[in-house]
Design a protein around this ligand. Structure first.
Ligand code: PLP
Length: 461
């Protein structure tokens, strides 16, 4: 008999097909990415790294044919080495990096590895405040890294939604920092990377030592790969980490890109400095913080990077931003107050309390009932706390993959406004269960959403 798990996978296929995914950190991978991720490569152990000797400038065909001397601890690496080499090579081309480590199991692991590579316990890191859009791994007290290193948060400007660069500069000159981090999960602008690099230079002068300049582009990596968003590595950043499953549209996983001299991960390092950061990162991923790499996922990353190198991906990325801007405008027309008054990327943050006097969690639950999935999210200076925040976060990467365009963005904004108004009415009557009280309205909206999804199949289903 087939395992029960497969019934549940079938159920999930239906859920994914019949609803619209507005969570900005999710996407749908291609059939080719799914196939690689579900392949027999999961059987192989390959602690260590493929060789890089002789590779720069090689064609993909040559990489796929040559047997390279490797730095592995087990035998039988002939195919795995070539696959991982292709993933590294494609990642470097996508992001104009000198080196790529494709082994981190997730975005969080990628960040941990960079911290471990460069910092000593007690070192200070300047990173974006979690409540203003930063990520848990950027110093939230519930994480391991916050116990080891000292994180100093900078904020965003409430009025403009942009990073408060003046505050960043002041903090960088007040605290003897070793790492300056730009990265976020809820931020709608393109950061001024040049300005950040200048702040790093000033802080280096003041403190008399090197400071690692790191970008965590987990959310916008796909837009960067497509060349429609600034690339921090073009502005003097040493390291860029990312997930591979958000706008980049690959399997779940992490990736670390760096600039500097690429050396052998087996040799003892001559010196710990920014020039040697690629090798320090390799050592920090394995054996520093991880064991055997997931070669089936690395293969799927390689396939996704290959897709991202194609011209169609550029069109896809442009459409993500076009859809996000349209959706933002349509929401504003219907009374939604947006942080930063709109978006420059794939992501929208709406203040539900200011707009409709309801909290983000109530609205998230109500939208779920009509087949629209997004997440409640804290806003800068939110008073609702992590479990009852006043905002919601949504985005367009997944629905753009399904082929939805401007016409459908208008539909979505209409549905979102109708649900918000029902929730507002319920709230005014002290009713905490609008989905029950207004069951008929919800059912008819649910049908409308389901009808629309029929014209936009999910890739791979
Ligand atoms: C999503 C995200 C991560 C974490 O990725 P996981 O794969 O979930 O560990 C890290 N940093 C930022 C900015 C993110 O948005």
């Amino acid at each position: 008999m087939k395992d029960l798990v497969f019934d549940l996978i079938e159920q999930e296929k239906i859920r994914q097909s019949e609803g619209l995914e507005l969570i900005p950190s999710e996407n749908y991978v291609s059939k080719a990415v799914l196939e690689a991720a579900g392949s027999i490569l999961t059987n192989k152990y390959s602690e260590g790294y493929p060789s890089f000797e002789g590779v720069p400038g090689w064609s993909e065909e040559k990489i796929a044919e040559e047997i390279l001397p490797n730095f592995r601890y087990y035998g039988g690496q002939i195919n795995v080495d070539r696959i991982e080499r292709l993933a590294i090579d494609r990642a470097c081309r996508l992001f104009k990096a000198d080196h790529a480590n494709v082994q981190p199991h997730s975005g969080a692991n990628a960040n941990e590895a960079v911290y471990f590579a460069w910092l000593n316990p007690g070192d200070k890191v300047l990173a974006m405040n979690l409540g203003h859009g930063g990520h848990l791994t950027h110093g939230s007290p519930v994480t391991r890294s916050a116990k080891i290193y000292e994180f100093i948060p900078y904020g965003t400007n409430l009025a403009t939604g942009d990073i408060d660069y003046n505050e960043m500069e002041k903090l960088a000159l007040d605290h003897d920092i070793k790492l300056l981090l730009v990265g976020y999960s809820a931020f709608m602008k393109v950061p001024d990377f040049k300005r950040v690099a200048e702040i790093r230079d000033k802080a280096e002068q003041k403190w008399g030592h090197e400071i690692l300049l790191m970008a965590d582009m987990a959310h916008v990596a796909g837009l960067i790969a497509a060349g429609i968003h600034d690339n921090p590595l073009d502005f003097g950043f040493n390291v860029m980490t990312t997930t591979t499953h958000k706008t980049l549209r690959g399997p779940r996983g992490g990736l670390i890109l760096s600039k500097g001299r690429v050396g052998s991960p087996l040799k003892k390092l001559e010196e710990k400095n920014l020039e040697n950061i690629p090798t320090m990162i390799d050592k920090a991923v394995f054996p520093g913080t991880q064991g055997g790499p997931l070669e089936h996922i690395i293969a799927a990353k390689a396939v996704a990077f290959g897709e991202a190198l194609k011209p169609e991906f550029k069109t896809y990325a442009k459409n993500i931003v076009k859809n996000a801007k349209t959706l933002a405008e349509e929401l504003k027309k219907r009374g939604f107050k947006l942080i930063g008054d709109g978006t420059e990327n794939h992501l929208i943050l709406a203040d539900m309390m200011k707009s409709f006097n309801i909290n983000g969690k109530t609205y998230e639950k109500a939208l779920d009932a009509v087949g629209l999935t997004l997440n409640a999210n804290a806003l800068p200076g939110d008073t609702g706390g992590a479990f009852k925040p006043n905002g919601v976060r949504l985005g367009t990467p997944a629905i753009t993959t399904r082929g939805l365009g401007e016409k459908e963005m208008i539909e979505i904004a209409k549905w979102m406004a109708e649900v918000a108004k029902i929730c507002q009415k319920a709230d005014e009557n002290g009713d905490e269960n609008p989905e029950k009280t207004y069951a008929e309205d919800f059912a008819s909206l649910r049908d409308e959403v389901k009808n629309l999804t029929k014209n936009f199949p999910v890739p791979g289903i």
